[in-house]
Design a protein around this ligand. Structure first.
Ligand code: PLP
Length: 390
């Protein structure tokens, strides 16, 4: 394989050298590793000393309040992980068995899984090349061409099924054009649930991602901008939805000082207090993480600026958390050799997810023209993006 042919302006050696200099190490460089630089040990120790490590304790409430303060959402409800948060958010905006939910094919599997847990099925619209997230044009075209709307009920004319929700995703932390998507959802009477799992610290037109829809969700998995080991959060402006989310994520138990009575099918989707302790400490460090991630993104942007490799910049009107920095290669072959070369010298790089439309579970699902998603999937690579803390 002739690597010089694929990368003309930059050799892999130069790229590897640059990334090693950025992270100041000759060791393996992961894509995204957590940083524990603050009160993590103190809070976890306090949590253990209190014995309230599980489903009850002060850290869960505190972590939820910190998320409210940071995102500007009215309410936040912690959950055991981001996928569970999505499942509950979809159920509470009214997604039911045999409904359809519109989402993007370029995404992590969580949204399609959560849609499936509700007994519903995904319908796929395309993404934008600039934002990597759902395209308002593709979404609008789908609603105009394929649905009919009678008394507030949006129906897919092809399948006869109700369209219950739209789930866009802020890919790698880059905000999608969420205000336009919100307007389309409003026009066609469909609930908006934002998969903001990757975009804590990302804003669109001055407003935090995840707060445009009826509900939004975040993830605190180990590879995300902040981590609780595993964890998730539902945010919403709707008090009833927030209360219901708390209720059914905690087994739908009616509060009582000794009796066990549950009034509907609930889930054990609670975030344990010990994970929330970690979350409180991580939230305190979040501004530092974000600052460092911006500096890294800006260094990458400059490094790739005069090359045939395109660094993915934050979209207009947006502030990105640069959770995962990404570059666009010329074609699939260039992507594959980039992945091969950098991974084999101990610098972790990863392609995007295989498109949802190509997975065996969703082959039968309706999909619009998704050529941008295919174009991106063939070319995009994530490069090391952990916060640097010195
Ligand atoms: C991480 C992530 C989730 C949630 O993942 P969990 O591991 O369940 O917390 C959901 N959607 C996207 C796009 C993600 O990247």
């Amino acid at each position: 394989m002739n690597m010089e042919k694929v990368v003309t302006a930059l050799s892999y050696k130069k790229i590897a050298e640059f990334i090693r200099k950025l992270y100041q190490t000759a060791e393996f460089i992961p894509l995204h590793e957590p940083r524990f630089i603050g009160n993590e040990k103190a809070y976890v120790t306090d949590c253990i000393d209190s014995t309230f490590v599980s489903s009850v304790g002060k850290y869960v409430d505190r972590f939820e309040r910190m998320m409210v303060d940071f995102t500007g959402a009215k309410y936040a409800v912690a959950a055991v992980n981001g996928t569970a948060a999505l499942h509950i958010a979809l159920q509470l905006v009214g997604v039911e068995r045999d409904d359809e939910v519109v989402t993007q094919p370029l995404s992590f599997i969580a949204a399609c899984n959560a849609i499936s847990y509700c007994g519903a099925m995904p319908v796929f619209v395309d993404v934008d090349r600039e934002t990597l997230g759902m395209s308002p044009e593709s979404l609008g075209d789908f609603f105009s061409a394929e649905t009919s709307n009678a008394s507030g009920r949006c129906v897919n004319k092809r399948t006869g099924r109700r369209i219950a929700a739209v789930v866009p995703m802020h890919t790698f932390g880059q905000p999608c054009r969420i205000d336009e998507i919100a307007n389309i959802c409003e026009e066609f009477s469909v609930s908006l649930v934002e998969d903001a799992a990757e975009s804590l610290g990302s804003y669109y037109k001055g407003r935090h991602t995840g707060t445009y829809g009826k509900a939004g969700i975040f993830s605190f998995n180990g590879n995300k901008t902040i981590t609780t080991g595993g964890g998730g959060m539902i945010v919403t402006g709707d008090e009833t939805l927030a209360k219901h989310a708390k209720h059914i994520t905690t087994t739908a138990k009616i509060a009582h000082h000794y009796e066990f009575v549950h009034d509907e099918i609930g889930y054990n989707y609670r975030m344990p207090n010990i994970n929330a302790a970690l979350g409180c400490a991580q939230m305190e460090s979040l501004p530092r993480f974000l600052e460092s991630k911006r500096a890294i993104a800006s260094a990458y942007q400059q490094f790739f600026s005069d090359s045939n490799i395109t660094f993915v910049k934050e979209p207009i009107n947006a502030v990105s958390n640069y959770w995962l920095n990404s570059v666009i290669l010329e074609n699939k072959q260039a992507r594959d050799s980039f992945l091969e070369e950098l991974n084999s010298c101990g610098i972790m790089t990863r392609p995007a997810w295989r498109l949802m439309t190509e997975l065996p579970m969703f082959l039968e699902c309706q999909a619009r023209d998704i050529s941008n998603a295919k174009w991106i999937e063939e070319r995009v690579v994530n490069i090391p993006s952990s916060a640097r803390i010195v």
